[in-house]
Design a binder for this molecule. Structure first.
Ligand SMILES: [Zn+2]
Length: 88
């Protein structure tokens, strides 16, 4: 079945609709039924809060295992666990 979109006038394949897919999406956004698609990716952190520096520390295999285990036990990421230990 073919129809003609009442909004853009293009022919489209569909059933019992009077509006094509892209126009339907636009209309939903225009009427506030759905939010505009958001930008992909994590939003930027405010200045000063972004973690932009990396420190490298050599540790032994055993120390790595200890750190990993401790972070896991504390239910934290390794980075968070280390930061909290170092800065307090
Ligand atoms: Zn259309």
């Amino acid at each position: 079945m073919k129809g003609v979109c009442r909004t853009c006038g293009k022919e489209y394949k569909g059933q019992q609709k009077t509006i094509c897919g892209p126009c339907f999406k636009k209309a939903r956004i225009a009427h506030g039924i759905v939010d505009k698609p958001r930008k992909v990716g994590r939003p930027f952190l405010p200045k000063g809060q972004a973690k932009s520096y990396t420190l490298h520390t050599r540790v032994t295999k055993e120390e790595t295992q200890q750190i990993k285990a401790a972070a896991k036990k504390a239910n934290q990421t390794i980075s968070k666990w280390l930061r909290e230990r170092i800065l307090t």
